[in-house]
Design a protein around this ligand. Structure first.
Ligand code: 13P
Length: 263
């Protein structure tokens, strides 16, 4: 099954980077590139996920762009609403600040900050109930891949959230497949391996929801301008979640352009 009629997404995950002055410059350079060579909204959704204290600044800076650039939160609280939860930001508070998109389940959250299945599930439930769109991250470790468990692990991570997604909410979910061994390592999954996993994910999604055929499945893990076209050519790769290369305006622009032109 092919997801080639799906509008691709290219999202820059800035992680715990950069300093505000560098972020400002990065956005200005990116806006300039977009002005010189526009990428149509219908050709590619574009988003950036800055640190939480910069969300509104970044959103402001993109207001005068000739197209929508989504400002994406990197995470949210497992607690809903408002209340005595020091240090937390809930889905409702993001929505109240006009942040409509959020990453959930990134492997760095799962591995370093202990986001287990229950926590990830609570975050997904809260985000959907608040009306946010989720970029739900899945991916196997090198050990799991070498043990031949990659598909099983990834499909299980998708099954983990099915109990909290109502049938009408699936179209608010974008999947990001990020093999952990490819994140920040310079090693990318080969387009064949990535496409094979994306096809499995789509098959799995189609068994869960009729939306499965239309859902965007992004690839993440050392995506760069040099490999973006090849990845974009794969029928079930509907975009990219970009870490390191999104901190350079030209690289990020070229990746977005690759998906916009190829899809
Ligand atoms: P890199 O592109 O730096 O490998 O990071 C990928 C990632 O984790 C995006 O969420």
């Amino acid at each position: 099954m092919s997801g080639s009629t799906i509008t691709p997404w290219v999202v820059g995950n800035w992680k715990m980077n950069p300093m505000q002055s560098n972020a400002k410059q990065l956005i200005e350079e990116f806006k300039q590139l977009l002005q010189q060579h526009p990428i149509l909204e219908g050709a590619c959704h574009i988003g950036v996920a800055p640190i939480s204290v910069a969300l509104q600044n970044v959103q402001q800076q993109f207001l005068d762009t000739n197209r929508v650039i989504y400002t994406v939160a990197q995470d949210l609280s497992r607690m809903a609403g408002t209340g005595a939860y020091t240090g937390e930001v809930s889905a409702e508070l993001l929505k109240d600040s006009h942040i409509e998109h959020v990453l959930i389940g990134h492997s760095e959250r799962r591995e370093i900050f202990g986001d287990n299945v229950e926590i990830v599930r609570a975050k997904v439930e809260n985000a959907l109930n608040a009306g946010l769109t989720i970029i739900y991250c899945v991916g196997e470790s090198l050990e799991q891949r070498e043990a031949g468990q990659a598909e099983q692990v990834v499909l299980q991570q998708i099954c983990d959230i099915t109990s909290v997604v109502k049938p009408e909410q699936w179209h608010h979910i974008v999947i990001a497949y990020e093999p952990i061994w490819a994140i920040g390592t310079g090693k990318t999954a080969s387009p064949e391996d990535a496409q094979a996993m994306h096809a499995k994910i789509r098959e799995g999604l189609c068994q869960i929801t009729a939306e499965g055929e239309h859902m965007a499945i992004l690839y993440g893990g050392s995506v760069k301008p040099e490999n973006a076209v090849e990845l974009a050519n794969c029928p079930d790769i509907n975009g990219a979640l970009v870490g390191g290369a999104s901190l350079n305006a030209e690289s990020f622009y070229k990746i977005a352009q690759a998906f916009a032109n190829t899809k």
